[in-house]
Design a protein around this ligand. Structure first.
Ligand code: DQQ
Length: 519
């Protein structure tokens, strides 16, 4: 599987569609696979919702999004690879609105609704976003594209959701980034704890724009003000797309508004760090992140993401540690839980930050810093954090940790996810990831939540201000042989002010679909 697409909530049921190859663990033959859930944790797989059949999608049903039209009517816009291998945008609607599972989808007789304009390469025109409606009742949607190497979000407008006209304006573009895939555009509340429906706009909203850069497989976002009268989007800090949802593996993400719980939920594709032949051997490849709720952080300058509350239903046995000093150079095992499938929340108190190492601002590339100063290189304040999926004699371990620096009169908190020792296998990608966390270590605790699921490690630093997801393939630290530790490789002591860790139960996944290979 790859991209999550068209997530929506309808009559008490959450729907997730995703890019899926029914015939193998490699990227090909794309259909819209369909799963439903009452709680975003336990899922039932249904028949494929949309699959290649017509001249306008015969070569693949690629990514797209759902929009809830007036009268609670879901509609899907998706990219079809047509008979000429052009990327065109199509519409599909549910056959039977009284079926909360929305099992059958009907393609519009008007398809394709949008074909590549003359100035656009027909293979670089894809991934319609969720549409939004302005106060003039006109629908808007953006399509990911590229012209001469510049990434862009092309804007289309429609009165009836069927006839679409390209707008003179681009919603947004940027120099030489290559194609933007899966653009997403949505309002966020600057003073509230709730998510917003996609067409909502008040004095207290800002708009988030996200693009997935095929060139480096990262999802970048910015915040700014959107003016529906002119369809102008002005970015807060005009410094290009800078922030990332996640500084590890997290791509082709998509949000939707959960009208039941008034929140905006973010999903992404987490791909493998192993080779295609490994994928074929194990019979699957790629997965969906744990859904995250998205809000604006206190600073107003970035988003905060947090695993949806429902995931806590899977928490089973709990262990706690309180007020425990962790001297420089020490490790402490967290015993009593299944460390290969766990949820861990920890917060650290620093006695003082006066001694923090000085960091030359010119060298402040976080990813590079994390790779050079791995978890195993002693520092002053840090590295301290968690060792997850760790084997008995520490031959395998994945370290998620902090280092505190002083630079130009302020303190910098670095979060790293170090995979360099995660597996004895040589041939898997063990890149280290890193990013700064917008936390002032003089006034706030340094906190980390990490969700561990065998080969997936999703970490949330500073209460969701900085997130890093990693894939790891331990050979020893598997099942009951996996251990969890807290460590401090700095010279200065730190205090675990609170740690709670839970064994996690398995989610229930009900497969009701038997696939057949084509004759
Ligand atoms: N994946 C889809 C495309 C999209 C890309 C094809 C992003 O529509 O641009 O599987 O991963």
């Amino acid at each position: 599987m790859n991209d999550p697409i068209g997530p929506l909530y309808y009559k008490g049921v959450y729907h997730l569609f995703y890019q899926y190859n029914p015939f193998g663990a490699v990227w090909a033959n794309l259909v819209w696979a369909h799963s439903v859930s009452y709680d975003l944790v336990n899922w039932v797989h249904l028949d494929h919702a949309i699959y290649p059949k017509e001249p306008f999608d015969i070569n693949g049903c690629w990514s797209g999004s759902a929009t809830i039209l007036l009268g609670d009517k879901p509609a899907i816009l998706y990219t079809g690879i047509d008979i000429k291998n052009r990327q065109v945008q199509n519409l599909a609607v549910p056959k039977n609105l009284s079926d909360p599972l929305l099992r059958e989808w009907v393609k519009s007789p008007h398809n394709p609704l949008m074909t590549p304009p003359d100035d656009i390469d027909p293979t670089l025109f894809r991934d319609p976003s969720t549409a939004w409606q302005g106060p003039d009742n006109i629908w808007r949607v953006i399509i990911g594209s590229e012209i001469n190497g510049d990434g862009m979000a092309i804007l289309y407008r429609s009165k009836d959701f069927v006839n679409w006209t390209r707008s003179q304006n681009l919603l947004h573009s940027s120099n030489k980034t290559g194609i933007w895939e899966c653009p997403d555009f949505y309002p966020v509340s600057i003073n509230g704890e709730s998510g917003l429906d996609t067409s909502v706009q008040t004095r207290f909203t800002k708009h988030v724009f996200k693009a997935s850069f095929l060139s480096n497989h990262h999802d970048y976002y910015i915040m700014g003000n959107y003016e529906p009268k002119t369809d102008r989007y002005s970015v807060d800090m005009d410094s290009g797309l800078q922030l990332r949802y996640d500084y590890g593996k997290f791509y082709a993400s998509k949000t939707f508004f959960d009208s039941a719980k008034k929140r905006r939920i973010l999903w992404a594709w987490i791909n493998e760090s192993a080779s295609e032949s490994d994928d074929i051997k194990k019979g699957w490849s790629g997965l969906q992140s744990i859904p995250r709720s998205v809000l604006v952080g206190k600073s107003g300058k970035q988003l905060v993401q947090w695993p949806i509350k429902e995931i806590e239903k899977l928490r089973a046995k709990q262990v706690n540690i309180h007020d425990k000093e962790l001297e420089g150079g020490s490790v402490l095992e967290v015993l009593g839980i299944t460390a290969s499938q766990a949820d861990v929340e920890v917060s650290f108190d620093l006695p003082t930050v006066k001694e923090a190492e000085l960091l030359d601002p010119n060298l402040a590339d976080p990813q590079l810093l994390c790779s050079q100063k791995s978890a195993y290189k002693e520092g002053i304040i840090g590295p301290f954090g968690l060792l997850v999926l760790t084997s008995m004699e520490f031959k395998e371990q994945t370290a998620i940790f902090f280092r505190i620096y002083k630079s130009l009169g302020k303190y910098l908190v670095l979060l790293c996810s170090d995979q360099s020792r995660s597996s004895l296998r040589a041939e898997v990608d063990k890149s280290t990831y890193g990013a700064f966390v917008d936390v002032d270590p003089r006034h706030e605790k340094i906190s980390l939540r990490t969700l561990i699921d065998h080969s997936i490690v999703e970490s949330f630093g500073g209460e969701g201000r900085t997130c890093i997801t990693a894939r790891v393939y331990p050979t020893l630290a598997i099942g009951k042989e996996a251990h969890l530790y807290v460590f401090n490789n700095g010279t200065q002591g730190v205090k675990i002010s609170r740690l709670s860790a839970w064994s996690m139960k398995e989610a229930q996944i009900v497969p009701i679909l038997k696939e057949e290979r084509p004759q």
